[in-house]
Write a protein that binds this ligand. Structure first.
Ligand SMILES: [Zn+2]
Length: 566
């Protein structure tokens, strides 16, 4: 706020006299095709930047006049430019780790996956865990042999890696498959019972298949984390920093200048803060603290932490998980799954715990962000918000995913001031199995229903949930405006499309709003941070398919070019 005030005095000063050389813009972009996301001046061809902020937005002649002797002038040669993308919901460290472990996102069969694991097992050290992520049984083009609920058995995984434990996370992050070595280390047998909100998948004879859903994943993660924690503090910090730099480079190459992380623990929060304050975070992070244990709730008194490291680190929110994912039958539904009669999904955190977190967030002035996929989970969160804050509150609490909403509950988002934090790319990614799980009527009226949510007057946020999906905003924007799969062309209830402009706003100013950051970023407006992406296609006017072909030419964060296409 102080910045903006000082800045407006400076702009005033600039307009009535010749400023000293140091206050001239250091960078000017001209000959651009800017979409500013600022309704007061939606289009422009030039922009002047002083330090890390936008000094002025206008046409080439107006802006060139501001240049001093040392101002660098860059000709964008007519390229399209807009505010840097803000990823509205992803997992930053998870993204960094996914870039180092087996990435199974694009695998097309179980055989392909076991082949990758076999390759990795050859060079694994004794006792080393083999970790992977991104498989999805609904996306395989060939049979994986005998299955239970569509999942394969772990027989092959156990055979190819008898000595190294294997843990392969489902694309949703809400399930995993482990080999027999991992299961042995976890001390699990066919007698082990399912934990609350989780399921050890067994076949008709009670045999464990190797798949663990929702809270049952913790059984396998226990020895996995014990192994990870054997590393010294210095090794853990080095690994974390490596993940951070890999994730940052990946984001910058895809035009992302700000990233909203959907859940980091207190240790990770401290690392991000330290890196930001040491000027070692190449982009801006807005992080939700992972739901603390009852014992750790008082630690929230150290928050909110806003705009630290020169606007590179903020934590002013808490993330809770209320249910699982649709693909792994974890979404908590009001009525049973169509393809799993009698089963309504998983409530992964008790209601009274969520209520306690809501009270803590209210007390400490933090945003509550609750993962809710199923219509039952969404309804329960809306009830919690209503009880704690009442209607028309301005706390901007969020429902992460807001994926399947009973039509009766759609207007409640606007009524309660709850942000629907949706991930458009999940819609087209999941499209092949949604109707199977929910039936046509539920899918048509309440699945990924962002048009209905917007029309009801609610605030929307958009993102990819990376590494669940590729962090690339372009396929997500394509999904937002077409609801069509890029590969097969399968269209999912197109009446729920966003307009082109809405999609661009959803990835900029709307995401900024959902984080209380709309005064700092999200549009190209004088006084705001100079975060800009330059692209090879006009995302506002190109043919829909061209969105997928667009290339990021430059990513600018705080007036510095952090990525440039060779
Ligand atoms: Zn997530």
């Amino acid at each position: 706020m102080k910045h903006i005030f000082a800045f407006s005095i400076f702009v005033l000063f600039l307009s009535c006299s010749n400023p000293p050389q140091s206050q001239f813009p250091n960078l000017i972009f001209v000959n651009g095709n800017f979409f500013t996301a600022d309704s007061l001046r939606p289009q422009a061809t030039a922009i002047a930047i002083a330090g890390d902020r936008i000094l002025a937005v206008g046409n080439d002649a107006e802006i060139k006049k501001l240049a001093g002797k040392e101002t660098q002038i860059v000709d964008l040669q007519g390229a399209f430019a807009m505010p840097g993308f803000i990823e509205g919901h992803g997992h930053f460290n998870g993204l960094g780790e996914s870039l180092q472990n087996l990435n199974l996102i694009n695998t097309k069969s179980w055989a392909e996956i076991t082949g990758l694991v076999a390759e990795k097992a050859k060079s694994a050290k004794p006792g080393e865990w083999i970790e992977g992520r991104g498989w999805h049984q609904e996306k395989w083009s060939e049979s994986s042999g005998a299955t239970v609920n569509g999942y394969p058995y772990n027989t092959e995984l156990s055979a190819i890696s008898p000595n190294n434990p294997v843990i392969l996370y489902h694309a949703s992050g809400h399930g995993l498959i482990a080999n027999s070595k991992a299961i042995e280390l976890a001390g699990i047998s066919s007698e082990t019972s399912d934990p609350m909100g989780g399921r050890i998948v067994r076949d008709a004879r009670g045999k464990i298949t190797g798949v663990f859903e929702e809270n049952a994943m913790g059984l396998i993660e226990k020895p996995f984390y014990t192994w990870k924690n054997l590393r010294s503090e210095a090794e853990q910090i080095a690994a974390f920093e490596k993940s951070t730099q890999l994730a940052a480079a990946e984001c910058l190459a895809k035009g992302i200048s700000s990233f909203q992380d959907a859940g980091s623990n207190f240790w990770e929060l401290a690392q991000y803060r330290r890196l930001a304050e040491a000027d070692q975070l190449p982009l801006r992070l807005w992080v939700m603290a992972s739901q603390p244990t009852a014992h750790d709730i008082p630690k929230l008194a150290d928050f909110p932490q806003v705009g630290l490291g020169n606007q590179h680190f903020t934590c002013r929110a808490v993330k809770c998980y209320f249910d699982g994912a649709l693909g792994s039958y974890g979404a908590w539904l009001l009525a049973p799954y169509d393809d799993k009669p009698g089963f309504v999904g998983q409530n992964t955190t008790p209601l009274d715990t969520i209520t306690r977190m809501a009270q803590a967030c209210h007390q400490y002035g933090l945003q509550l962000c609750v993962h809710a996929i199923g219509d039952r989970a969404n309804r329960e969160v809306l009830n919690v918000v209503e009880k704690e804050l009442g209607a028309k509150n301005e706390q901007r609490w969020r429902i992460e995913h807001s994926q399947h909403i009973d039509p009766q509950d759609i207007p409640r988002f606007a009524q309660l001031g709850v942000v629907a934090s949706m991930q458009a790319i999940h819609c087209t990614s999941d499209a092949p199995f949604v109707v199977k799980r929910l039936g046509t009527e539920r899918a048509r009226t309440g699945a990924y229903a962002w048009r209905s949510v917007l029309d009801s007057g609610a605030h929307l946020a958009n993102g990819t949930d990376a590494p669940v999906e590729d962090v690339d905003p372009l396929p997500c924007l394509y999904a937002s405006v077409t609801r069509k799969r890029a590969d097969t062309g399968l269209e999912f209830f197109p009446e729920q499309k966003m307009t082109r402009e809405e999609a661009l706003l959803s990835y900029t100013i709307w995401n900024a709003w959902a984080a209380f950051e709309e005064k700092e970023k999200g549009s190209l407006t004088p006084g705001k941070l100079a975060d800009i992406v330059v692209l090879s296609k006009d995302l506002l006017r190109c043919a829909p398919e061209e969105i997928l072909q667009a290339k990021v030419l430059k990513t600018v964060v705080g007036g510095k070019v952090k990525y440039e296409r060779k």
